[in-house]
Design a protein around this ligand. Structure first.
Ligand code: SR1
Ligand code: MG
Length: 410
């Protein structure tokens, strides 16, 4: 266990949610005393309980309650996990809401005894991963997420924060157990034989080769060290396409419970790596060659645009930065290092989703084993070429070139 659990804490159920809602003054503007309330548990993530609750008479009057369990939901109570992650999520959402309100769900309250965040129910939006699997394009996504990352990363870095405030923030977002999940599941387990890995037998020869590749291990070890030691900015920490909700006009970033002070490229890499996982999945998910080529062009254009918008929106942050010398050269050097980190972390995020415990639906949801193997193999080949090339990359277009050149080996 991790510290004492509040005596008031109890996991909610759909039956107990309405009574809990009645105790919260913050929701008096949403629900009326006479409202009959309905709740369902919809958590399909790996860690928490998530309830949607609405007024039966008007389902648009609705909120989401996200409550931490004291263990990893995906595995059970044999894997304890601190409920403090709910505080981290509430505080990160507060910062995101200040810096990019248009891309952050509204938070109604945080209940520190119940380890629960109550927030806006994004009823007009879907999880981006699900949309991408169906081949839906989101024309404003790159613009939105590029801005989101430039603001949330740049404005929480030493380029903007006062020297003392920065250290206070680093301390506030110490998140050791969730970082340890990342250290194990992303940077360690995929590269050795462990019980928690979940790849299918047909992929084994490629995984065995990857696990014997000492050059790859060196790169991944360097990235793990960077993840563990570089307190560059407040990163979201789990910015995959399952943490993004979208429609044709809006983009919202949810679920920052893995937030901590880490390298910026960890977030940018998560976005790009997950777009590439989807790219690999469409190798078999979209059988019509023209449609596949068209959707892939959308994905690769999006990758390029995400980076370009990120760099463009970072510029005003540079204008506020007090750097000692050669500001132009330093800016270029800084952004090049963030790009190289992005490529390395993006690759690690891809490999873990193919080999490790927590997969993604893009690949693992492919029913035919043969097809799943083809997509997974392509994802691994793209990732391996990225991680090995990362030190030399100077342009985002090189990532797209590597993706388009890669072929499945199985
Ligand atoms: C045991 S938690 C597995 C994964 O779920 C979260 O979404 C993170 O990506 C974590 O690595
Ligand atoms: Mg999550």
């Amino acid at each position: 266990m991790f510290g004492d659990i509040s005596p008031r804490y109890h996991p909610l159920t759909p039956e107990t949610v309405p009574a809990y809602i009645r105790t919260r003054k913050e929701l008096e503007a949403v629900f009326r005393p006479e409202d009959a309330l309905e709740a369902v548990e919809v958590g399909d993530g790996n860690l928490n309980l998530v309830f949607k609750v609405w007024a039966k008479a008007d389902p648009r009057r609705t909120v989401v309650l996200k409550q931490a369990l004291p263990y990893v939901r995906l595995v059970g109570d044999s894997w304890p996990l601190p409920t403090d992650r709910a505080r981290i999520e509430a505080q990160a959402l507060e910062i995101h809401g200040r810096l990019v309100p248009q891309h952050t769900p509204r938070v109604y309250f945080y209940d520190a005894d119940m380890y629960l965040v109550c927030m806006q129910n994004l009823i007009d939006h879907i999880i981006m991963r699900k949309g991408l699997i169906q081949g839906i394009k989101y024309p404003h996504f790159a613009e939105h997420i590029g801005l989101f990352m430039a603001r949330t990363l740049g404005m929480t870095s030493d380029l903007v924060l006062d020297y003392r405030a920065k250290k206070v923030e680093v301390a506030r977002f110490i998140n050791p157990e969730l970082c340890k999940i990342t250290e194990d599941l992303i940077f360690t387990e995929p590269y050795r034989q462990t019980e928690r890995n979940r790849f299918h037998a047909e992929l084994e020869p490629q995984v065995v080769a990857l696990q014997a590749d000492t050059g790859l291990h060196l790169e991944v070890a360097q990235l793990k060290e960077k993840f563990m030691t570089q307190a560059q900015a407040l990163v979201h920490g789990d910015l995959h396409t399952g943490s993004i909700m979208v429609n044709q006009t809006d983009t919202y970033v949810i679920d920052p419970e893995f937030a901590y002070y880490g390298p910026m490229g960890f977030d940018v890499g998560a976005v790009i790596g997950n777009l590439l996982l989807n790219y690999a999945a469409h190798e078999v998910r979209t059988t019509d060659p023209e449609k596949r080529a068209d959707f892939r062009t959308y994905l690769t254009d999006t990758i390029i645009q995400v980076w370009q918008v990120f760099v463009r929106e970072f510029q005003p942050i540079w204008d506020r930065a007090d750097v000692i010398d050669m500001p132009r050269l330093y800016q270029q050097d800084y952004m090049r290092r963030v790009l190289q980190d992005t490529v390395g972390f993006g690759a690690c995020k891809m490999m873990r989703r193919v080999i490790g415990l927590a997969g993604v639906e893009d690949i693992r949801g492919i029913e035919s084993v043969k097809d799943r193997t083809t997509a997974a193999s392509l994802a691994l080949n793209i990732a391996v070429s990225m991680v090995k090339a990362r030190h030399h990359i100077t342009r985002i277009e090189e990532v797209v070139e590597m993706a388009t050149a890669a072929r499945p080996s199985m």
